[in-house]
Design a protein around this ligand. Structure first.
Ligand code: HEM
Length: 498
């Protein structure tokens, strides 16, 4: 039974939360700078639009685009207003230094890094340097290992039962587990990457972190440690995966003393770059950070790509297979050269990035100093700015029929232009923002391109992919707080090819 003291304490906490949120929202409704806000005026106008944003970002952005016709405006969100800028402001944000528009602070806020990982991640982000240097240089040498793990993991995961020739998979969940295992083959090696308990813990962490971070960012600062503690216990936080990574690192650190030729694991590169004061826990959290970057994003991309492939006519799927087989034959197997020739798989992944992507806004940054937007308005210090991604990705002057998800869009352009350097999945340009842009553009995009091309190509060679019986369209995405996630309940059917 609840006693009176507990009820009074709960009421006190509830009133305190409401007051603190109210003060936050007042701050969000009264910033200087002259940039208009979307939605009705006043606190209730702010709250109702922020709630709409949380569950239906698309309609909020479309309204903003038609109402403000390319001029800057703010979108109210439960964690504060975002200054949403049209594509013409992209260069200004992209080229600004971190002392003007700061990226690490935006990432830290989005993922609530001090809680979900630790405060050191962005103070000396050597894990990012390691990805940009050693890991990128090692990508060609990872190809056989990623292929080997893809074959093993898919053989174990996709098994036909006695009374059925087909395999029914919950796609998003399956892809997330596969990505976790296959990526970790080169992050931590064969031992841990096949440990089901570790995989379960790291997948839970990757899935829970964006949700946990959203709830933390909506809470008043004073309550954030409590919110993290409750949610990480319910949804899954860093503790569980660290229980596996720390003992793995302790053993690895002891054994590597006696190995002359060190393996090219991401772990090894991280250890070599760690500053002398780094602890085992610090290294472990950075490995978890890399896991998050890899699992969360790549699983969404593979899932979306498979849904789109399931909608293709069989002759189109066969044309992708023919291209893969010809590339493998001409290059003598799964080599860097062969992967470069998987132009249709590459195009499918790039189109999925254009059409769906991960979020409704790109180049999220925090303004550190007041920034003049050049039209008499400005972004005040401490506020968030971002670029309207879909305004870039659905520009009909750049992408004809932008509302059509055409998996061969980029392979056709590459063929017409006889150019391989532009329009590749991992290539960044002003019209393609799924990996961000500028000095903070995704550090793992070349790794992701290599891994996803191998996984999708291998799946297509081994299986026919189709929608479940009776389904005529692909499942709708789930939109939450500006993020675009495939429906986790949706299934696809795999039929082994003879
Ligand atoms: C399809 C897969 C992926 C997508 C769509 C993606 C997307 C992104 C985006 C949008 C950013 C922010 C860029 C900006 O602020 O301008 C980013 C940053 C980053 N990504 Fe990825 N990513 C993917 C895969 C990966 C993988 C596999 C890894 C690690 C192996 C990774 C590691 C990172 C890191 C470390 C950063 C921070 C870079 C910095 O702040 O300098 N990503 N990614």
């Amino acid at each position: 039974m609840l006693n009176l003291a507990t009820v009074v304490a709960a009421l006190f906490v509830a009133v305190a939360v409401v007051l603190l949120v109210y003060v936050r929202i007042l701050h969000g409704t009264s910033y200087p700078g002259g940039v208009p806000r979307l939605g009705k005026p006043g606190v209730w106008g702010y709250i109702s639009t922020a709630l709409r944003w949380t569950i239906d970002a698309e309609s909020v952005i479309l309204e903003g685009r038609s109402k403000f016709c390319g001029r800057p405006y703010t979108i109210p969100t439960l964690s504060g207003p975002i200054f949403l800028l049209s594509p013409e402001y992209q260069e200004m944000v992209r080229s600004a230094n971190d002392d003007i528009f700061n990226e690490p602070m935006a990432v830290s806020e989005d993922l609530q890094l001090p809680y979900t990982l630790d405060v050191h991640q962005l103070q000396n982000p050597y894990q990012i340097t390691v990805l940009r240097t050693d890991v990128n240089r090692a990508i060609t040498s990872y190809i056989p290992e990623i292929l080997d793990e893809s074959i093993l993991a898919m053989d174990e995961t996709f098994k036909v039962s006695k009374d059925s020739r087909v395999i029914d998979i919950p796609v998003f969940d399956t892809m997330t587990h596969l990505i976790a295992r296959i990526s970790n083959r080169v992050i931590v090696g064969t031992g841990l990457c096949r440990n089901e308990r570790f995989l379960h813990a790291v997948v839970r962490f990757a899935e829970a972190t964006p949700l946990t971070a959203a709830f933390i960012s909506w809470s008043p600062s004073i309550l954030r440690p409590l919110v993290y503690s409750v949610l990480s216990n319910i949804l899954g936080g860093k503790k569980a995966p660290l229980k596996y990574i720390i003992p793995f690192l302790n053993t690895y650190l002891k054994e590597r003393e006696f190995i002359d030729e060190k393996p090219n694991l991401v772990t090894e590169f991280l250890i070599k770059s760690a500053p002398p004061e780094e602890t085992v826990l610090g290294l472990a959290v950075r490995l978890l950070n890399i896991n998050f970057g890899s699992i969360h994003t790549s699983s969404i991309f593979t899932t979306q790509t498979l849904f789109e492939i399931a909608l293709l006519p069989p002759e189109d799927v066969d044309s992708i297979r023919t291209e893969i087989q010809e590339a493998l034959e001409s290059e003598g197997g799964w080599t860097k050269g062969a992967l470069l020739k998987f132009r249709k798989v590459d195009s499918a992944l790039r189109e999925v990035g254009r059409f769906y992507g991960l979020v409704y806004f790109a180049l999220g940054r925090v303004a550190l100093i007041g920034c003049d937007l050049g039209d008499g308005t400005s972004v005040p210090p401490g506020f968030r700015v971002a670029i309207d991604t879909k305004a870039v990705h659905f520009n009909p002057d750049v992408y004809p029929n932008p509302e059509v998800c055409d998996l061969f869009r980029f392979s056709k352009i590459r063929k017409a232009e006889s150019s391989d350097s532009k329009h590749g999945f991992a290539t960044i340009d002003a019209h393609y923002l799924p990996f961000g842009a500028g000095r903070h553009a995704c550090a793992g995009r070349f790794f992701a391109a290599m891994e996803l091309k191998i996984m999708v190509a291998h799946m297509l060679l081994r299986y026919d992919v189709s929608l479940p019986p009776g389904a005529i369209s692909r499942p709708k995405n789930i939109i939450f707080n500006g993020a675009i996630v495939p429906d986790p309940k949706a299934h696809l059917i795999l039929t082994p090819r003879r």
